[in-house]
Design a binder for this molecule. Structure first.
Ligand code: PAD
Ligand code: ZN
Ligand code: ZN
Length: 376
């Protein structure tokens, strides 16, 4: 029996209060309105950004259903939707691409004006939510909310992908992989033969390592306080790995020592801490080095740094979604994955049923997982 046009009752993971585990609740998902798409989720990865919502370090309106790294199949579409139809396999876009705003039209831009990452509202374009629980509206996150059996996306936030793509793998292309890989190739524009340092070897940092390797970097220094991350980092392309905990001097001085005082050509901060953002900046060459901030800063954090760090010529950049244009680049990355141009399997250390989401976050907190994928 078709569910199109009807309210769907299903399970979702809700944050009612920060610093508490998710509650798995029965929710009601309203049908998609005009230019919206209702999607049945097949798989979703757990990204540190979801944990920032859970911990409250990124402020969201509560209650909220997080999750932004998923893959699903279209259940029904609202009026006027032509880009997808029921049955299409899709990746929700945590960074939308409306195609009409200035950043969408700019060749180097990707921060679509429809983005809901800053001053987070957690509602659809008409100001209302499609989710409710116990009679109360529930907010969405990043316009995606993949921690739900069904979600509703605006058509700006959906990309159709190869129907043969395995959802429990390509869901990573919805955020972590693309962010890291794009940070190296698109934002950093790493050159062949160059040296790189990657601070933080989680799912996103390891994707930066893969991007640096794909760009032809000859030296990739992986940096993490958790040495358990080192073997995989080396498997994916890191030429050496170091832990700041093994040294008395600041880690940027260690990187300078390792590079005859030159510093690396490119450094990437993939943790989300102001102190490591400065350390990464100071690790790249003082004249022609480029440092890219990938880690999401806590909502409340400011950075104090010496202007001398950039006065000598360093470039300091940020990146959102690896500088990629989501709707345009995601289907291409999925095709490249299907053509075996890069791997995702090593990043996926755990696969759990959706109802074990709290176990998945425990693995992240304990530093035991790289990417834990939840399947529905
Ligand atoms: P993760 O928690 O899996 O990885 C972070 C890694 O950093 C872990 O291996 C930690 O052990 C390591 N670490 C923590 N503290 C330190 C330290 N002081 N020195 C060295 N290493 C340390 O997270 P992730 O890979 O999922 O995400 C990384 C960051 O990227 C996080 O802040 C997330 O919010 C952000 C992100 N940004 C975007 C974007 O568009 N810019 C997209 C996706 C994720
Ligand atoms: Zn993410
Ligand atoms: Zn746009």
């Amino acid at each position: 029996m078709s569910t199109a046009g009807k309210v769907i009752k299903c399970k979702a993971a809700i944050v009612w209060e920060t610093k508490k585990p998710f509650s798995i609740e029965e929710i009601e998902v309203a049908p998609p309105k005009a230019h919206e798409v209702r999607v049945k989720m097949l798989a979703t990865g757990i990204c540190r950004t979801d944990d920032h919502i859970l911990s409250g370090s990124i402020k969201a309106n509560l209650p909220v259903i997080p999750g932004h790294e998923g893959c699903g199949v279209v259940e029904s579409v609202g009026e006027g939707v032509t880009i997808v139809k029921p049955g299409d396999k899709v990746i929700p876009l945590c960074l939308p691409q409306c195609g009409k705003c200035r950043p969408c039209k700019h060749p180097e831009g990707n921060l679509c004006e429809k983005t809901d990452f800053f001053d987070i509202k957690g509602v659809m374009y008409d100001g209302t939510s499609r989710f409710s629980c116990k009679g109360k509206p529930v907010h969405n996150f990043a316009g995606t909310s993949t921690f739900s059996e069904y979600t509703v996306l605006h058509e700006d936030s959906v990309a159709k992908i190869d129907p043969a793509a395995p959802p429990e793998k390509v869901c990573l292309i919805g955020c972590g992989f693309s962010t890291g890989y794009g940070a190296a190739l698109k934002t950093g524009k790493v050159k062949p033969g160059s040296s790189c340092a990657v601070f933080g070897l989680g799912g996103v940092g390891l994707s930066v390592v893969m991007g640096c390797k794909a760009a032809g970097a000859s030296r990739i220094i992986g940096i993490d306080i958790n040495k358990n991350k080192f073997p995989l980092a080396k498997e994916l392309g890191a030429t050496e790995c170091i832990s700041p905990l093994d040294y008395k001097k600041p880690i940027n001085e260690v990187v300078l020592d390792m590079t005859d005082g030159d510093g690396v050509d490119y450094s990437f901060e993939v943790i989300g801490r102001p102190d490591t953002m400065i350390a990464a900046l100071a690790s790249c060459n003082l004249n022609y080095g480029t440092s890219v901030v990938v880690g999401a800063p806590p909502s409340a954090a400011d950075i104090t740094f010496s202007p001398a760090l950039i006065f000598t010529g360093r470039t300091w950049k940020g990146t959102i979604f690896g500088g990629l244009k989501s709707k345009h680049d995601i289907p291409k990355l999925v095709s490249e994955f299907m053509e075996k141009k890069f791997v995702l399997d090593p990043l996926i250390t755990h696969v759990l049923p959706f109802h074990q989401i709290n176990r998945g976050f425990e693995l992240l907190h304990k530093g035991e997982s790289i990417r834990c994928v939840l399947v529905f």
